[in-house]
Design a binder for this molecule. Structure first.
Ligand code: GLY
Length: 428
């Protein structure tokens, strides 16, 4: 079979790597891909947003399945276009992608169907948004742009002044463009966060390993928000919480989407916060998480193409997904200055060879003059696995010592919260 992977980050490298293990796969293309993906696939320079260009390429190369990594092409309707042309594709259509691409739609959907979520308000104008300070006026509060803002649309606002400044920037100065046409103002919740992933063809549901992302830049969850500085998997929930996630969040969401006339096919990523009142949905995403995919995909046992094809064909109930009884750790190596201004073009050097057990996914790299250079804020993902989470972590950090680029920054505590949770579980 011939596959086309859309995207060019660490998530897409892990998808290409996982799918390259399938005996049924004869050829993988990636658009646009990256130097890491190029080791296992042919990269073609078509942007992930060029839907007609991608469809033409898939027709020309007779691609058997296209797998979409990022949310932007899904929100632009890549699945609708491919389906119209009779091309098989993995991912939700434009209407279903609104679960991520239109946060006011997602919140109203959750409210209507009783999916546990923070309290929220939706505002379109500054005068409407002032109602919040005149009535609820509780801080901190979360202000989100309703549309896709490339990870830059969520603000934790601590005071009335900050709130007024934020709504002015989004609704008056249009700093986030179209994404900020509407805002969602949400109750600020505290608790551990978990990323839950399920494959669904709209009816059947298959659970993939859960994970925990580390969104803040610095250790112990301090500093600015980033796209994600690392992840471990699986996330160790207890039975009671897992049951609520399954029975009160995931199953009703898939069923209600169908009742609501939304045909959801693909991966559904639920960002959950486990509060003292139980798990609640912080956000739904219509794609795999990054860097969670890099941690969860190595834990899947057996062929991964079969379930993706089954989702696209509406036959997921015929497929079982097995997972390895291991822990996995993904540490993101980032450029100095990320997530604000950062330098690119630094040479990446390997002081010695990485262990053959280690996975190295490229997130933002480029080849120039036979050198591997940094090309983005998040540069590389180092992934290790073991039966023991502490050993998996130790291995990841030992491997990182072999890699160098100027200004290389990474968190040192990826996996610590999982270890703490496991300790508490053992004491109970
Ligand atoms: N891990 C965060 C995201 O993929 O949105």
């Amino acid at each position: 079979m011939k596959l086309l992977i859309i995207g060019g980050g660490g998530r897409e490298h892990s998808l290409a790597w996982r799918l390259s293990k399938s005996k049924k796969v004869k050829k993988i293309y990636a658009a646009p891909g990256n130097p890491g993906i190029a080791q296992i696939a042919t990269c073609v320079s078509i942007l992930a947003s060029d839907i007609p260009g991608l469809a033409r390429f898939a027709e020309e190369k007779k691609i058997d399945l296209t797998v979409v990594g990022p949310e932007a092409p899904l929100a632009l309707g890549i699945v609708d276009e491919f389906t119209k042309r009779g091309l098989k594709i993995f991912g939700p259509n434009k209407n279903a992608s609104r679960i991520e691409a239109d946060k006011s739609f997602a919140r109203e959907f959750m409210q209507r169907f009783g999916i546990p979520a923070p309290k929220f308000q939706v505002y379109e104008t500054v005068s409407e948004a002032h109602k919040y300070t005149k009535t609820i006026n509780k801080f901190p509060v979360v202000v989100k742009a309703s549309g896709l803002a490339g990870g830059k649309g969520v603000f934790i606002v601590n005071t009335k002044n900050e709130y007024e400044k934020t709504i002015d920037e989004i609704l008056v100065q249009h700093r986030l463009g179209e994404a900020g046409k509407r805002i969602v103002v949400e109750e600020f919740l505290t608790g551990q966060e978990a990323s839950i992933f399920v494959l669904t063809d709209g009816i059947a549901i298959s659970y993939l390993p859960s994970s925990q992302d580390h969104k803040r830049l610095y250790d112990r969850n301090r500093g600015p928000n980033t796209g994600g500085m690392g992840a471990y998997a699986p996330y160790p929930t207890n039975r009671r919480v897992s049951n609520i996630i399954e029975k009160v969040i995931i199953q009703p969401t898939i069923l209600s989407l169908k009742d609501y006339g939304v045909h959801y096919k693909g991966v559904l990523y639920a960002g959950i916060i486990i509060t003292s009142l139980g798990p609640k949905v912080l956000e739904f995403n219509c794609r795999f998480g990054d860097p969670e995919a890099q941690a969860i995909l190595p834990l899947i046992d057996g062929d991964f193409l079969t379930p993706l094809l089954a989702v696209a064909d509406g036959k997921l109930s015929e497929v079982q997904i097995k997972t390895k009884n291991l822990w996995s750790i993904c540490v993101v190596l980032a450029s100095a200055g990320y997530p604000q201004d950062y330098r690119i073009g630094e040479e990446i050097e390997f002081k010695s060879k990485l262990s053959t057990k280690t996975l190295l996914f490229h997130a933002g790299t480029k080849n120039e003059d036979s050198k591997l250079l940094t090309a983005s804020g998040r540069v590389l993902n180092v992934v290790t696995m073991h039966e023991n989470l502490k050993i998996a972590k130790q291995r990841a950090y030992d491997e990182i010592k072999k890699i160098h680029f100027k200004g290389m920054y990474y968190r040192k505590d990826i996996g610590n919260s999982g270890m703490k949770k496991m300790k508490r579980k053992r004491r109970k």
